[in-house]
Design a binder for this molecule. Structure first.
Ligand SMILES: NC(=O)c1ccc[n+]([C@@H]2O[C@H](COP(=O)([O-])OP(=O)(O)OC[C@H]3O[C@@H](n4cnc5c(N)ncnc54)[C@H](O)[C@@H]3O)[C@@H](O)[C@H]2O)c1
Length: 528
């Protein structure tokens, strides 16, 4: 994100901008200073020697250059706003913040500063300030947000801007060069979604959701969009995994076409993994690909499906068989949405977090054990573990976007988990529940293969049970059926079954072509 500070002279653009860039770790640019640097003389002298027109054209050139920057705080000269090309350039992928101050305070600050301000080199400077302010006020009103700097320090103003823009929330970056994107994680931040969407300057926005989620969050979301003059096309599909299919994909294409969506439009997915997967798939194929933002509202979607760019729909012959790799432009996580999520869904999402602990972070695993109460009470630990999970997934995806190697470790627990979902027709176990059984079974397999110590494996089973998740392969499931289902899974290669097996808590390895006899033993004998 780029933050552009607008406002009259003496409103604190430079001092606030410096504080803001320090706090955010963004680069700081002051367009006036750049002009002075280029010309090798102060602005007052440029005005005197070369005139205002010369200054304004140089300023426009510099504004155009800095507008291309990402992650920067840009303090602009007081008159930048008068030129509509400047405003357009700065607003591209940026948020305009107007700093306001009373004329008397402006005058005092300018006098204290000492330096000469060409525009105030008049007999009655206060009158001049009032006149110029009145002339520019409507221009400043084009800003996305405004902050009154009359009686606050630059540090306080910087903090207010961060709060207003939701930049005090946690942030994780998925580093994929020119396709990198941020994951924003915070509590009660839905109100900032409009602003975050506006940043992309889309020609049109569609909010794709289902009745269950939309009925709870529509007021907050639509209000946030309206605040930034976005009037989203709301498109709802029925709630359920069975609607993540081609029929509803076609329905979505049709709605977008009818509403005139073009290649600069943007889709916003509001919901769990089902909504995220189908929206991502539609976005990646509509007109050869348009941008989309993920607003995941289930724990599973927040820590797993919304991050990493796997999109897709189901086919009658197999789940998630049709899909693309396509990264979102932003993942926007408001953990408060989890308060309305049914408990069973919440626990199901915890399975994926346990998975991250086992595959790469023993400390996360320990936190899940130690901070259970705070996590279930939606305390600070919940934000912490969601952020850590996103960091782990972001790191893996950054290194191996298309699952050529490393990314496969994210499938820990999933080989058996998927098989359980398949043989039970996807309606008996939630995804996380099936994965939990799979994680404990894989740990058991690792013990039998002498890869992991039994005591360590026992800790995985204990943690799974601590979060009300099933740990044992149900007796009524036929091991032969489960093995057949594993063999036709899209991750199986030529009938050979590969497993992600834990070596210790925090480290896994991929074991290729595991002996089917051993798999059967594990599936039959009750794990650990
Ligand atoms: N793309 C990936 O990388 C990836 C990874 C894992 C899973 N998935 C996919 O994700 C899907 C499962 O996602 P899920 O577990 O989020 O299920 P889901 O999307 O079906 O959501 C579960 C239920 O919770 C409801 N819900 C969602 N948010 C709510 C909220 N805040 N308050 C109240 N109710 C809410 C939904 O309407 C639904 O009824 C599967 O289709 C799976 O294939 C994809």
């Amino acid at each position: 994100m780029k933050i552009v500070l607008l406002g009259f002279m003496g409103t604190g653009k430079t001092s606030v901008g410096m504080e803001l860039s320090k706090a955010l770790g963004y680069e700081f640019i002051d367009t006036d200073l750049l002009v002075e640097e280029r010309e090798g003389m102060p602005i007052s002298l440029i005005f005197k020697k070369k005139g205002e027109d010369y200054f304004r054209s140089l300023e426009q050139k510099i504004v155009e250059e800095v507008s291309r920057m990402e992650k920067a705080v840009i303090a602009t000269g007081g008159g930048v706003i008068k030129n509509s090309t400047n405003v357009k350039n700065l607003g591209r992928r940026g948020v305009l913040v107007w700093l306001r101050a009373d004329p008397e305070i402006i005058l005092r600050r300018v006098l204290l500063e000492g330096g000469k301000r060409p525009l105030l080199d008049v007999a009655e400077p206060l009158r001049e300030i009032k006149k110029l302010l009145a002339e520019r006020i409507d221009l400043y009103r084009q800003a996305d947000a405004s902050v009154d700097t009359n009686y606050i320090t630059p540090g306080e103003a910087a903090y207010e801007i961060m709060e207003r823009l939701g930049l005090d929330s946690q942030q994780v970056t998925v580093d994929l060069k020119d396709r990198s994107y941020d994951i924003i994680i915070g509590s009660g931040i839905l109100q900032n979604l409009g602003l975050r969407t506006k940043e992309f300057r889309p020609s049109k926005v569609a909010l794709i959701s289902n009745e269950t989620v939309f009925s709870i969050y529509s007021d907050r979301i639509v209000k946030s969009f309206r605040q930034y003059h976005i009037d989203p096309e709301v498109i709802l599909i029925p709630d359920g995994e069975e609607y993540k299919d081609f029929l509803w994909t076609y329905y979505l294409y049709g709605e977008l076409l009818k509403a005139g969506f073009d290649r600069s439009s943007l889709l916003v997915a509001l919901g769990g993994g089902v909504i995220g997967d189908i929206t991502g798939f539609v976005a990646s194929t509509y007109m050869r690909g348009i941008r989309f933002v993920q607003v995941p509202t289930t724990l599973l979607a927040q820590v797993d499906s919304s991050v990493g760019g796997k999109t897709g729909v189901n086919h009658p012959l197999g789940k998630n068989m049709i899909g693309t790799f396509s990264q979102p432009s932003l993942v926007f996580i408001d953990i408060d949405t989890l308060r309305t999520l049914p408990d069973r869904e919440f626990y199901s999402g915890m399975a994926e977090i346990i998975k991250y602990g086992v595959i790469s972070d023993g400390r996360l695993f320990d936190t899940l054990q130690a901070d259970r109460e705070d996590i279930l009470a939606h305390g600070d630990s919940l934000v912490k573990i969601i952020k850590r999970s996103c960091e782990i997934k972001a790191d893996v995806v950054s290194k191996d976007e298309r699952e050529a190697g490393l990314r496969a470790i994210l499938n820990y627990g999933h080989t058996i988990g998927h098989a359980i979902e398949t043989v039970t027709g996807y309606n008996k176990y939630l995804h996380g529940e099936a994965v939990s059984i799979g994680m404990v079974a894989a740990a058991d397999m690792a013990v039998r293969m002498k890869i992991m110590r039994r005591q360590e494996a026992g800790r995985i089973k204990e943690l799974v049970e601590l979060y009300n998740l099933p740990a044992i392969v149900p007796e009524d499931l036929n091991p032969g059926d489960l093995i057949s289902a594993m063999t036709i899974d899209k991750k199986a290669k030529a009938g050979r079954l590969n497993f992600v097996l834990p070596e210790s808590i925090g480290a896994v390895r991929i074991e290729e072509d595991v002996d089917k006899k051993l798999i059967k033993e594990v599936l039959t004998s009750g794990q650990l």
